[in-house]
Write a protein that binds this ligand. Structure first.
Ligand SMILES: C[S@@+](CC[C@H](N)C(=O)[O-])C[C@H]1O[C@@H](n2cnc3c(N)ncnc32)[C@H](O)[C@@H]1O
Length: 212
């Protein structure tokens, strides 16, 4: 199910900042070769991530689920001059596309692409995260939450994607494995008094979780 009316999406795209040239090229290449190109954040969500990152000017960003690098490129736009963006992707072919585009960005040398299982890589990264974007395997979201919260600094922000899971979590009975996992995650974060959170109805739903 498309969560946002196509007219609203078109209006938002028309009056948001235009996509940078690298993002247009990356989107086009992903659509041409990848059967699941819909996973890419896209124009409006990409600008949203960019604005948040520019507001925060983070020193350390973690992204879980690079895919072909669209959201990482957007997040990198706000990275501070000495900052590092660590992004994790388990599939070599997607990571290779991402790497190609990171090499074209002015601050691409500040992006470290880790190839492998995020569950195993995250505990090896000993940074105090300012900003985290969670966008990988949905059945892992609850476990990732535990891992991330250990190293998210106070005042740091976790953004998690696909909170509506294509509308499946809105059904009276949630049957799909991924939708059930997302719903369990949403219930878990709602109970956590150590954070402020808001669900934002961008694309497939984002939740913004601010560590108090
Ligand atoms: C929805 S896509 C990410 C989209 C990307 N953030 C963007 O906006 O362009 C999810 C990605 O997570 C990767 N992934 C899934 N499980 C993973 C895991 N356990 N470790 C690392 N990457 C994983 C998938 O291979 C896929 O490329």
């Amino acid at each position: 199910m498309e969560m946002i009316h196509p007219l609203a999406e078109a209006y938002a795209e028309k009056f948001s900042s235009t996509e940078p040239a690298w993002a247009v090229a990356l989107s086009k290449e992903t659509r041409e070769y990848h059967p699941q190109s819909h996973m890419l954040s896209g124009h409006v969500q990409g600008r949203f991530l960019s604005v948040i990152s520019q507001l925060m000017q983070p020193r350390y960003i973690l992204e879980i689920g690079t895919f072909t690098g669209y959201s990482a490129g957007c997040l990198a736009e706000g990275l501070s001059r000495e900052g590092e963006l660590h992004t994790i992707e388990c599939r070599e072919s997607e990571a290779a596309v991402a790497k190609k585009y990171f090499n074209q960005l002015p601050n691409g040398h500040q992006i470290q692409l880790h190839i492998g299982n995020a569950m195993e890589i995250i505990p090896t990264l000993n940074h105090s995260w300012d900003l985290v974007f969670l966008d990988a395997d949905k059945t892992g979201y609850c476990e990732y939450y535990t891992q991330i919260m250990k190293n998210l600094r106070k005042g740091g922000l976790l953004i998690a994607d696909n909170i509506f899971f294509h509308g499946e979590v809105l059904q009276p009975v949630i049957t799909g494995k991924n939708a059930r996992a997302i719903h369990a995650f949403t219930e878990k974060i709602a109970e956590d008094n150590s954070t402020e959170k808001v669900i934002v109805t961008v694309r497939d739903g984002l939740v913004l979780i601010l560590k108090k």
